[in-house]
Write a protein of this length. Structure first.
Ligand code: CA
Length: 296
């Protein structure tokens, strides 16, 4: 559980091996760069038991490192994209150098919070959701075979939920030398709640059961109850959740634009005064010339 920060953000992360797997191949991380700039990541590894564990752990650690080390002034979307690309290079390189890790990969979903804005990045079928005004909204679209079939109208949501190939991911971190990341920018409002999770939650517990739990409790309590919902449904897979709650007080705004605008307005006023003075001088000169010319 994270303590409330300068912007009243509370967060909790929880992972559980579930009821049928021998090992937990999910990883998660929480990182803070400066007051108000924070990153949460969930990764769900695949590729054999050692490979899956390693891929998700390396991806999360790498993303945290890139986030912490990035140059001052890097924009949040650039930072998030760089974190995913670096994680991809690290996992891919390690898999190529290590025979027993060959073919490993991982999903990744990340939330970057910066002042009153947020960015979500994802690769694979781990998900991000936002709860606002009592409504749960998916912020990511799964990069999976079944999600693609559903988008194209070949299967219904109910068929997708039980499809035998529902675990096939079309995009992942570490499998290819390059990775394509989906990035979404969001405005953050007081009271917003974000959820990041692996498919051990969202593949087992329907959205309409996630929603009330996510909105009604503290992040720590919500995370515990979400994992319990997956366990109550047999938890066939590892379950990982991160709950991020934006405080009810308005997020802090930067004060930089105010002096910048005032200064620009001041410059304009000086320019106007100079133009008026020049016009008056010119008029006086013309009057003098005119009176001189008309003199007999
Ligand atoms: Ca999984």
């Amino acid at each position: 559980m994270t303590e409330p920060g300068a912007h009243g953000v509370l967060a909790a992360s929880l992972t559980d091996v579930g009821l049928r797997r021998a090992t937990n191949q999910d990883s998660f991380g929480e990182f803070e760069r400066a007051a108000g700039t924070r990153l949460w990541v969930v990764a769900d590894g695949m590729g054999g038991h050692r490979g899956g564990e390693t891929a998700s752990r390396v991806a999360v650690e790498t993303m945290g490192r890139v986030f912490g080390d990035a140059a001052e002034g890097t924009t949040p979307p650039d930072l998030l994209r760089a974190a995913f690309e670096r994680a991809n290079a690290e996992v891919h390189g390690l898999a190529r150098r290590t025979p027993e890790l060959a073919g490993m990969g991982t999903t990744g979903v990340a939330l970057l919070l910066h002042d009153a804005a947020a960015w979500v990045g994802h690769v694979g079928d781990s998900r991000a959701y936002r709860m606002r005004g009592g409504r749960l909204e998916a912020l990511t679209q799964d990069h999976s075979l079944v999600a693609e079939l559903q988008r194209r109208g070949f299967v219904t949501a109910d068929e997708a939920a039980v499809h035998p190939r529902r675990n096939e991911v079309l995009r992942s971190i570490g499998i290819e030398p390059e990775v394509e990341v989906d990035l979404t920018a969001l405005a953050v409002e007081p009271g917003d709640r974000f959820l990041l999770c692996s498919d051990g939650l969202c593949g087992v517990v329907p959205d309409d059961e996630i929603a009330p739990v996510l909105s009604s409790e503290t992040p720590e309590h919500a995370a515990r109850r979400l994992v319990d919902l997956a366990i109550a449904r047999g938890a066939p897979d590892n379950v990982t959740v991160q709950v991020v709650a934006i405080g009810d007080a308005a997020p802090a705004r930067t004060s930089a634009p105010v002096p910048a605008v005032a200064r620009r307005r001041g410059v304009r006023r000086v320019a106007l005064t100079a133009a008026l003075t020049a016009a008056l001088l010119l008029a006086a000169l013309l009057l003098l010339l005119a009176s001189g010319l008309s003199r007999p």
